[in-house]
Design a protein around this ligand. Structure first.
Ligand SMILES: [Fe+2]
Length: 301
């Protein structure tokens, strides 16, 4: 009548010291070129690393899935996902998005966020593309669905982001700061200072000729190169030497409108050897890490 024997069949255990760090596959450093969304029909293109991560659901990182959305001129596409947070950045074109919370218009360089989306439709005036990231893999891992929105949607215009960064340019360069950027926020997430309660983004200027020294954090970064000239790149590696240089780095080139993955915990530095300013828009699960007190961001001074 009792089920002790049946439940006991589920039990397994491991010797502590050999099992304390299970052998999970690492998040790969992976580029996703703009050519993925430059041609063809209106569609969503998942930046999928589920095979590398061994997840049964689409994922770019354990907690996040990034996608490109291509929308041909005059066409539309509906996106719906079981997620608590979505971050969109307009890669090209112009159009509008109709949501339960109202309609917004957008053009290249704008960004917006949505909570708890049960279906929105994007309409393109011109040939358009969106960079779309969300935390559906985290919810898939937990086997849950959101029951309420945790923030109100927000719209970040290109003009707003560029003007805020321009205000910082002079002082940041003069003081040799590690970043010339703004962390994007939402009134519902002022404690964590993040874009949503789980997700984080930065609009970061890498001036012509600049180097932004190495740093690392436990959040993953799905880095969108918003605009870049030639010879602009990120060096990524597991360790730094005593002088603060990344040991045996992998070089991820910045190419306008393309994305690359910076794995959690890896050191990374940004380098612009061109004569053109460059901008990056990293999307991270740093809202979650900040809340958990596990972000552990460290900088080489
Ligand atoms: Fe970073």
């Amino acid at each position: 009548m009792y089920h002790n024997d049946q439940w006991a069949q589920q039990v397994v255990s491991w010797e502590y010291s050999s099992a304390a760090t299970p052998d999970l596959h690492e998040v790969p450093i992976q580029p996703f070129p703009a050519s993925l969304y430059e041609q063809g029909e209106t569609r969503v293109i998942a930046l999928d690393l589920s095979a590398e991560l061994e997840t049964p659901y689409l994922a770019t990182a354990p907690n996040l899935l990034a996608n490109y959305i291509r929308i041909c001129a005059g066409e539309q596409i509906t996106t719906s996902v079981t997620a608590t947070s979505e971050v969109y950045f307009v890669l090209r074109g112009s159009g509008r998005t109709e949501t339960a919370d109202g309609v917004i218009t957008w053009q290249q360089g704008d960004a917006f966020t949505l909570p708890c989306n049960s279906g929105v439709t994007h309409y393109a005036d011109d040939e358009s593309a969106l960079y779309w990231s969300h935390d559906a893999p985290l919810l898939q891992y937990m086997g849950v669905a959101p029951v309420r929105p945790m923030f109100s949607p927000a719209f970040y215009s290109k003009a707003y982001m560029c003007s805020e960064v321009e205000k910082l340019r002079e002082i940041a360069i003069r003081e040799n700061r590690n970043r010339v950027g703004i962390i994007l926020g939402n009134n519902a997430c002022t404690k964590t200072k993040t874009m949503t309660h789980t997700m984080w983004s930065l609009f970061n200027l890498l001036p012509a000729g600049a180097v932004q020294k190495p740093h690392r954090h436990q959040s993953v970064a799905l880095d969108l190169a918003v605009f870049s000239g030639p010879d602009t790149y990120t060096l990524i590696g597991k360790k730094v030497d005593p002088e603060g240089n990344i040991i045996h780095p992998v070089k991820a080139m910045w190419a306008t409108g393309s994305v690359f993955v910076t794995p959690p915990g890896w050191w990374h530095s940004h380098h612009n050897e061109s004569d053109q300013d460059a901008y990056v828009f990293p999307v991270q699960d740093a809202g979650l890490h900040t809340y958990m007190r596990t972000l552990d961001i460290q900088f080489i001074r």
